[in-house]
Structures are given as structure tokens and as C-alpha cells.
Design a protein around this ligand. Structure first.
Ligand SMILES: [Ca+2]
Length: 370
């Protein structure tokens, strides 16, 4: 333990020294090359967001095409799927998810995930609200339009609030989905309910082999998780909205119980897994998360800021979170790692009920990471 601690301190010192060197070099370079200086970021930190695309209305899910040419983006309340090019200049509506409806609150067309084998099978996956509840569906995006709607999983209880809704592929090739408790708290502790869970399923909509309870559930005890992302070590980070006390960043493991509604934030109850970090709901209320270069980035709605939480490759501790852009861009919904670059895409959700801004007032930003 003591040796490990010393090693961690030495490593941390080395990182600081290296970071200092990089900062100096970057500063010198930007002095010479003035163009782009405004977007220069300090080493390891997010720089000033650059507007990538405007005119959006509650963009919710973002997923890159594996060829890196661009991404697909959902709009929550009109159920549209859009393709946006990497440079942001081309923005085209490529389809609508059928059988969708809003909840007059937080439901609608939410998460989207492009199949890692999209070049071969052209599959994309969406999570959306429908008449009987929330669903996970598969569609085909042929490079031009989205079509061929097929329900993979239905009957996830919906509600005006607490619909979860984020989708992501794991390094294991399975699809992970976040579901809210639909404001029916006991569901989160019921292993046989689809609500208040991280689900793990196959691309055909079956429970993934090896799931801890033999059903769709991968972890339980979640209130309203809206952010999931895998790091370079294959670990799953999750952000969830607390009630009135604490929001959470969790490290998700198969079969673990993350506490809700017995616990909100950190507690001392046998069988419950505590979060890695917590925040007061006014400074966070997190939705999407992304991982770049060993740091988790967490988009905050009510908190109107982007949080950066350093992680460690060789242990499960996280460092001190730091907030960026407090109040500058409004409510931040999604943050997505740009493949092959030290960059994020960051989207606002000011046109939602809580933001109260008119339709078309949302923006997607590109954020360089130094
Ligand atoms: Ca918890």
C-alpha cells in the first residue's frame, strides 16, 4: 500500500513536470502562430469552445460514424436524426424515428449509438419514448437516410421525468443503455425491472451473455443516469442526476448496486456501491460524459458548466474535479469524444423546458483539449 502510494506520488510529480513542459511549448508555439491562438488549451485542459453548428433544438444523442467523417445527432422533441460532418459545415436531416412521442418533460428521442461494424451492417441504435414506454430500437443508416425501424426492447417504464436514455457500445461489442427510475423508486432496486438500471444487450436485442442476473440488467440502483462512456482501460463511467442532494459519478461494474433510493450520493450501507465523486445538484445535474486522455468530462445541465474529472489508469481513484465555462453557454447536455483527435463536441439544451429558450437556439461546440 505504502509503496503503491509512493509510486503514485512520483508518477503525479512526473506528470506535473511533463505538463509544465508541454504548457511552455504550447504557449511558445501559439505566440508564433497567432491563428488559432484563441483555441489553444492548456496542457490536458479543455480550451475555449468554438461554434461548430447552430440552429439546433434540444440535440440529445451524438455518435460518430466509425470512418470519422461525421456523426449522427438526435433532436429530442421532433424525433429527427441528423448527420453532421466533422467540420460542422454539412448538416442534413437523414430521417425520423417512428412511433416516437415526448413525455412533456424529459422523454422523447434520446440516445443514439452507431454500430462499431456500421461499415458492414449499417446499423444504428436509438432510445426513445413511445406509447407504451421507452424503447431501444435498431435502424439502418445507409449513408443517406435512416430507415428500417425494428424494436429491440420495449416496455421500459416511461414518465414525464427520469427516462435515462443514453446508449453506448462497450469494448465487448455489446450495447449499454441507461434507464431512469420513471419516478417509481422501488423499480431501481428490483433486479427484474428494466428501470433504474444500466442495461447490456446484444445488437439483436437479447440480454448480453454473462449478464449478472441472467436478464438485461448490468447494474442496479440508479435514479436517472444520462451519461455513460468507456475509458482506455475499458472501464465504464456513469453520471446520474440526484434528487435534491447529490449528483454522482460512478464506476460501473457488473452486478453492483449503486444505492438509489436507499442512498443518494455517498452512504454507508452494506451492499451499496458508492460514487467516485458527488456534487450538489446546483453545480452539476449531469447528463452526458466522455473520456479523453484519462479524464472524464461531464456536461452539466443546471450547473451550466463542463466538469473535468481526472482518472488513474492503474487504480480506481479519481482526482479533483475542475469546472469550466460556468454559466457561459447555458445548459450542457451532451459531450462526445472526437475520434482520432484530442477534442470534444459539446452541445447545449437551452431550448428545453428548463432552459426556456426558443426552438433553434441550441449549439454544438468543438472543444480542443490541450
Ligand atoms: Ca448512487
Amino acid at each position: 500500500m505504502e509503496l503503491g502510494k509512493q509510486r503514485a506520488v512520483l508518477l503525479a510529480t512526473a506528470v506535473v513536470l511533463v505538463a509544465g513542459a508541454v504548457t511552455t511549448a504550447t504557449a511558445g508555439a501559439s505566440t508564433t502562430a497567432t491563428a488559432g491562438a484563441s483555441t489553444t488549451a492548456a496542457a490536458g485542459e479543455p480550451g475555449t469552445p468554438v461554434t461548430l453548428s447552430t440552429g439546433w433544438t434540444i440535440p440529445w444523442g451524438t455518435s460518430w460514424l466509425p470512418d470519422g467523417s461525421g456523426a449522427l445527432v438526435t433532436e429530442r422533441d421532433d424525433f429527427g436524426v441528423w448527420r453532421i460532418s466533422k467540420d460542422g459545415k454539412e448538416r442534413k436531416r437523414v430521417g425520423t424515428v417512428p412511433e416516437s412521442q415526448t413525455t412533456g418533460g424529459e422523454g422523447g428521442l434520446m440516445g443514439l449509438a452507431v454500430d462499431p461494424d456500421w461499415a458492414t451492417n449499417h446499423y444504428v441504435y436509438v432510445m426513445h419514448t413511445s406509447s407504451e414506454g421507452n424503447r431501444i430500437a435498431r435502424m439502418t443508416y445507409d449513408g443517406t437516410t435512416v430507415s428500417g425501424y425494428k424494436v429491440l426492447l420495449k416496455g421500459i417504464k416511461k414518465n414525464k421525468y427520469h427516462n435515462g436514455g443514453r446508449l453506448a457500445f462497450g469494448p465487448d461489442g455489446y450495447l449499454y443503455a441507461t434507464t431512469g427510475d420513471a419516478q417509481d423508486k422501488p423499480l431501481a432496486q428490483d433486479k427484474n425491472s428494466l428501470n433504474g438500471k444500466i442495461l447490456r444487450l446484444t445488437t439483436d436485442g437479447k440480454p448480453a451473455p454473462g449478464n449478472p442476473f441472467g436478464n438485461y440488467a448490468y447494474s442496479l440502483g440508479h435514479r436517472n443516469p444520462q451519461g455513460i462512456a468507456f475509458d482506455a482501460q475499458g472501464r465504464l463511467w456513469e453520471a446520474e442526476l440526484g434528487d435534491s442532494k447529490k449528483d454522482e459519478l460512478n464506476l460501473i461494474k457488473a452486478g453492483k448496486n449503486y444505492g438509489w433510493p436507499t442512498c443518494e450520493g455517498t452512504c454507508d450501507v452494506a451492499g451499496m456501491t458508492n460514487p467516485k465523486r458527488t456534487w450538489g445538484v446546483a453545480e452539476a445535474s449531469p447528463s452526458g460524459v466522455a473520456v479523453v486522455d484519462g479524464a472524464v468530462y461531464m456536461a452539466a445541465l443546471k450547473g451550466k458548466r463542463l466538469w473535468r474529472i481526472p482518472t488513474n489508469a492503474d487504480n480506481e481513484n479519481v482526482g479533483t474535479p475542475k469546472a469550466y465555462y460556468i454559466g457561459e453557454y447555458g445548459r450542457l447536455r451532451s459531450v462526445t469524444a472526437v475520434p482520432g483527435a484530442k477534442e470534444l463536441w459539446l452541445s447545449t439544451t437551452n431550448a428545453d423546458n428548463n432552459g426556456g429558450q426558443p426552438e433553434g437556439s441550441d449549439t454544438i461546440f468543438r472543444v480542443p483539449i490541450g
